[in-house]
Design a protein around this ligand. Structure first.
Ligand SMILES: *[C@@H]1O[C@H](CO)[C@@H](O)[C@H](O)[C@H]1NC(C)=O
Ligand SMILES: *[C@@H]1O[C@H](CO)[C@@H](O)[C@H](O)[C@H]1NC(C)=O
Ligand SMILES: *[C@@H]1O[C@H](CO)[C@@H](O)[C@H](O)[C@H]1NC(C)=O
Ligand SMILES: *[C@@H]1O[C@H](CO)[C@@H](O)[C@H](O)[C@H]1NC(C)=O
Ligand SMILES: *[C@@H]1O[C@H](CO)[C@@H](O)[C@H](O)[C@H]1NC(C)=O
Ligand SMILES: *[C@@H]1O[C@H](CO)[C@@H](O)[C@H](O)[C@H]1NC(C)=O
Ligand SMILES: *[C@@H]1O[C@H](CO)[C@@H](O)[C@H](O)[C@H]1NC(C)=O
Length: 381
């Protein structure tokens, strides 16, 4: 019964979305280097032509975030001058909490003066659940930055580097452009192409054994993709899509977030314009080099990247001195609205006919999703 209604809803939404796509104007780019806001409510296709929707698998927000992430309290593998606190200590010291406006806050200590050579308290958390292909969407008001500060929002598989690492949001000091990086076992390479808007940064080889684990990286084109300028726009959204078509990353400052992300329906990355960065299957099998990815947030200080690059920046003094004064860490803070993970839901049937049905169980969630697709379309006309 639900199935019949759903079939009808999907039939009408697909016809309408196709019509919408035909009239969709070509992407334009604004002064911050991001494609303009646009709307989309269609289906995506796999390389073999199979159509699918991205449906919500997990929502992490103020109601469950700290139940679903564990605190890593070991030494920093990237040699940061940091003391990662366990959950009890992080909560007790106010470095991890849900704020009164329901944002999730994780931060470095910005109240303690340190002796020379001492390490600064901070947090690193990891999702209990691991994912195999996914569309991950992070909505945040602000991300950490500052001289000597090195934050990252990333995913990592077991037995590193065997099952890969994807750095979605990462930077140091007062950078303005996000760096997207992949770290893998031997045999995975970035393919230079015009299918992303960012610029290559060094290695094409993602092998961790090459060039001191620099990985293969792409710098986001947008000035508002990292740091002060991203935060001053009210933050925004980072999206990472990982499937058989490769791994793509987009950043959107607040006013450029696509409506299909904010509407709560099924996000459609095919309508978002070119990603900032992409690891194409041409040079790297995304299903072989990446598996069981957990999601991680951390803030470290100095260390392999922020420490070694410090002298090349306009930041004052040395990283070792910078880290002593708590006033230097007032912006070393995550303020997160939500983190959503979507998985593929294959649609069977043909695209030009009236007959569509969803593969698998037709629960209330899927019914609601189909409704939202239509609502999202209705808003565009
Ligand atoms: C198409 O590719 C997807 C992803 O690799 C796979 O899950 C699906 O089974 C394939 N469909 C067909 C008809 O081969
Ligand atoms: C958490 O860290 C504090 C401070 O280092 C320590 O005293 C406490 O035993 C730790 N708790 C657990 C559960 O490890
Ligand atoms: C770039 O996109 C085109 C069109 O989708 C595709 O044919 C080509 O394989 C892509 N190139 C790479 C390196 O992924
Ligand atoms: C991910 O896929 C691999 C290969 O198909 C499989 O061995 C593994 O168990 C899967 N992991 C999860 C979390 O489903
Ligand atoms: C991946 O996750 C699956 C499901 O939890 C598990 O069975 C498998 O052992 C994991 N693979 C590795 C390499 O950890
Ligand atoms: C913190 O951010 C503000 C802008 O919101 C900036 O003026 C200030 O210089 C930053 N402080 C540090 C220590 O980075
Ligand atoms: C520490 O940072 C928070 C933001 O995370 C800010 O509200 C607070 O005022 C800062 N404390 C000091 C002493 O600067």
């Amino acid at each position: 019964m639900n199935g019949l209604i759903l079939t009808l809803l999907l039939s009408s939404s697909i016809t309408e979305s196709s019509a919408f796509r035909l009239s969709e104007r070509a992407p334009s780019f604004d002064v911050l280097g991001q494609s303009s806001k646009r709307q989309s409510a269609g289906f995506e296709s796999d390389t073999n032509g199979t159509e699918f929707l991205w449906t919500i698998e997990d929502t992490y927000d103020s109601s469950n975030f700290f139940d679903q992430f564990t605190f890593f309290d070991q030494g920093d593998p990237t040699h940061g001058q940091v003391n990662f606190l366990n959950q009890t200590a992080a909560f007790a010291n106010g470095l991890a909490y849900v704020a009164s406006d329901n944002t999730i806050v994780m931060k470095g200590d910005n109240t303690t003066w340190l002796a020379s050579g001492a390490i600064r308290d901070s947090v690193r958390v990891q999702s209990i659940k691991a994912y195999n292909t996914s569309l991950i969407i992070l909505d945040l008001n602000s991300a950490p930055w500052g001289c000597g500060v090195w934050p990252a929002f990333w995913t990592c598989g077991p037995d590193w580097p065997e099952y890969g690492e994807i750095d979605i949001l990462e930077g140091v000091h007062d950078n303005e452009h996000n760096q997207i990086t992949w770290h893998t076992s031997p045999g995975c390479n970035l393919t230079p192409s015009s299918n992303y808007t960012g610029t290559l940064s060094g290695n094409l080889d993602c092998d961790t054994a090459v060039d001191d684990n620099s990985g293969c990286a792409i710098i986001d084109w947008s000035r508002a993709s990292y740091g002060n300028y991203f935060n001053s726009q009210g933050g925004g959204v980072y999206a990472m899509k990982w499937d058989d078509q490769g791994i793509s990353v987009w950043s959107f400052y607040r006013s450029a977030v696509p409506v299909d992300i904010t509407s709560g329906g099924s996000p459609d990355p095919s309508g978002w314009g070119l990603p900032a960065a992409q690891l194409s299957p041409t040079g790297c099998d995304p299903l072989k080099f990446f598996m069981n990815q957990s999601i991680i947030f951390d803030i470290t200080f100095c260390g392999d990247w922020a420490g070694n690059s410090y002298a090349t920046t306009t930041c004052p003094g040395t990283c070792a001195n910078q880290i002593m004064d708590p006033a230097n860490f007032v912006n070393a803070s995550w303020s997160i609205n939500s983190l959503k993970v979507y998985s593929k839901h294959v649609i069977t049937g043909t695209t030009n006919g009236a007959r569509h049905s969803l593969d698998g169980a037709l629960g209330p969630t899927h019914f609601a999703l189909a409704m939202l697709c239509i609502v999202a379309f209705a808003l565009t006309v």
